[in-house]
Write a protein that binds this ligand. Sequence first.
Ligand SMILES: *[C@@H]1O[C@H](CO)[C@@H](O)[C@H](O)[C@H]1NC(C)=O
Ligand SMILES: *[C@@H]1O[C@H](CO)[C@@H](O)[C@H](O)[C@H]1NC(C)=O
Ligand SMILES: *[C@@H]1O[C@H](CO)[C@@H](O)[C@H](O)[C@H]1NC(C)=O
Length: 211
Amino acid sequence: MKTLLALCSVLLLTGRCSAQTPQKCQTPRLLSGSMSLSTQDGQVWAVAKYIYDALGQRIRLWETGHVQNKSLYVDLLFLFKKGVVYTIDDRNQTCQKNPLSDQFHPFHIPHNASLQSQVILGGSSSRKEGLLVNTWKGDVPEIGGKYLATVTEFGCFPVSMLYYSARTGWIATTYFNAVKGIGDPEQLNPPPFCPAAETEDQKLDFFSAFF
Ligand SMILES: *[C@@H]1O[C@H](CO)[C@@H](O)[C@H](O)[C@H]1NC(C)=O
Ligand SMILES: *[C@@H]1O[C@H](CO)[C@@H](O)[C@H](O)[C@H]1NC(C)=O
Ligand SMILES: *[C@@H]1O[C@H](CO)[C@@H](O)[C@H](O)[C@H]1NC(C)=O
């Protein structure tokens, strides 16, 4: 057993010790962390903290960044089941409410994705230097879209996502400092001053709200 483990860790370092081929995995259903996001045209560069609830289909984002040379800070709450997104201004206790035009896309690897590669990010000469990840790719013909999604082999945490659609061009997202669970579930409910806000006409989707 010991020899097997030793052999396995040697092979692990070279990226070849998966007991079985990588599985299309399910990311933790409750997740908190940070992400950075940039677009192909260089117009958007942003870092956001997020909390993510796949069961309730809710995402909260606190985003700082640059859009078309202007710096911005936005606080967004997406409630996909209700089809609304709130843009929250805590200081002024005001809220903008927009209809959401898209559906919830969970982080998990789609059933029709295909495995691109399993590699070690970073170094592979000692165990602490690297991170074993699986990259999956797929197409979304309805919107002329494609994606490359990378998740950790252990735990299925999101690592990066490259997404293309004709409308958005390439969008690159990397994820870091994720932990399972949500510290304060209350943050996934709209603050008291929000539900009363009148709904704006403009429909937003996840990316247009983000930008
Ligand atoms: C962005 O800001 C830089 C520096 O302030 C300026 O040189 C550049 O022209 C600006 N670009 C746009 C697209 O406004
Ligand atoms: C918040 O209030 C301040 C001061 O009244 C105002 O200048 C600012 O534009 C408000 N922000 C928003 C997002 O409405
Ligand atoms: C993969 O599945 C998704 C969601 O079920 C679907 O939208 C997409 O068109 C599928 N892709 C292909 C290549 O069939």
